[in-house]
Design a protein. Structure first.
Length: 318
């Protein structure tokens, strides 16, 4: 590491402050200083290399490799990431740590020119938050399901935009609701040029990121967004559904549930997700055990990120 002169040190410190402390984007910094974004990226890297910026991250994450091996074998998975239990703890914090595992895995997988399909949900939100802000992978992002209005933080357009910004990729929005009033209306909407184009891009993605929904009406984003009533969700459970991926309900055996709601969706189908080389499901919690078991049996999941308690509970059911 070469010694910096005072002028260069000042420039690196200024750019680092704008990026890390003032939350300015690399493009914002480039425009403010009259330089290219590529130069901003190189100067930020130099600031780290020269230790003008010192980033210390201590992730308290330990993986349970034996349980991971059991999951891989039981469900013929490409990989399994299992957070070792620490004896209780806040479920929200546990989900963040599980999401951090998923983020690190995705970062290792992503290469320039790839396409990443993303589905809305709390788990996807946490993974995207955990991805490094300067990854610069040059990966395009495509929404794989229509939008929600239940929670601004889980807005699919915002998630896709945030992810694309972090990995320096273009974003393809699916400008449609998740579900419409009829199967005929859904078919017509899927044929609209912009919607069709985004779905076609998502279908040929190299990777997909999604969570797994359950049947707890109090926590269901489908209920909160008004796509289903609590009674309709309860009835789906009585009819054999255990959970959903991108809004598509499936059974404990991993079969697509024969309900009308699945026909009204604007999203990739489970069959289309099976064709994506790497599909990561990030899910945990007592209420997600049966949904996760069904999801793993759909064969639409090739990589799972979860915690030890959830993983052991799933394995105990098979």
């Amino acid at each position: 590491m070469n010694a910096l002169d005072e002028r260069q040190h000042e420039l690196l410190a200024q750019i680092a402050s704008m990026y890390y402390e003032q939350d300015m984007t690399q493009q914002d910094i480039a425009e403010a200083l009259g330089i290219s974004r590529v130069k901003v990226y190189r100067l930020l890297k130099q600031a780290r290399d020269e230790q003008v910026v010192r980033i210390v991250i201590d992730y308290p994450i330990k993986r349970h490799t034996r349980v991971e091996a059991h999951l891989r074998q039981a469900f013929n998975l490409k990989d399994a990431l299992v957070l070792k239990s620490g004896g209780g703890g806040d479920p929200a914090r546990t989900l963040q740590r599980v999401a951090q595992m998923g983020a690190r895995y995705l970062e290792d997988c992503l290469q320039s020119g790839m396409t990443l399909a993303v589905c809305l949900g709390r788990a996807a939100y946490e993974v995207i938050n955990a991805i490094r802000p300067d990854l610069q992978a040059g990966v395009r992002v495509a929404q794989a399901m229509g939008g929600f209005t239940a929670d601004d933080h889980l807005d699919s357009n915002a998630l896709a935009r945030l992810l694309a910004r972090k990995i320096d990729g273009e974003v393809h929005y699916l400008l449609a609701p998740l579900a419409v009033d009829s199967a005929a209306a859904a078919a017509m909407l899927r044929r609209q040029s912009e919607i069709q184009r985004t779905l076609e891009i998502a279908r040929v993605a190299d990777l997909a990121l999604f969570g797994v929904g359950g049947l707890d009406a109090d926590n269901s984003k489908l209920v909160q967004a008004g796509y289903l009533s609590a009674e309709e969700l309860r009835q789906l459970g009585e009819d054999g559904a255990v959970g959903d991926i991108a809004g598509q309900f499936f059974t404990l055996a991993g079969e697509l549930h024969p309900c009308g709601f699945n026909e009204r969706l604007i999203s990739l189908s489970l069959e289309e997700m099976r064709r994506i080389p790497t599909t990561m499901a990030v899910v945990m919690g007592e209420d997600k055990v049966r949904p996760l078991l069904g999801a793993l049996r759909t064969r639409a999941v090739s990589v799972v990120a979860t915690d030890e308690t959830t993983a052991r509970a799933v394995l105990a059911l098979i």
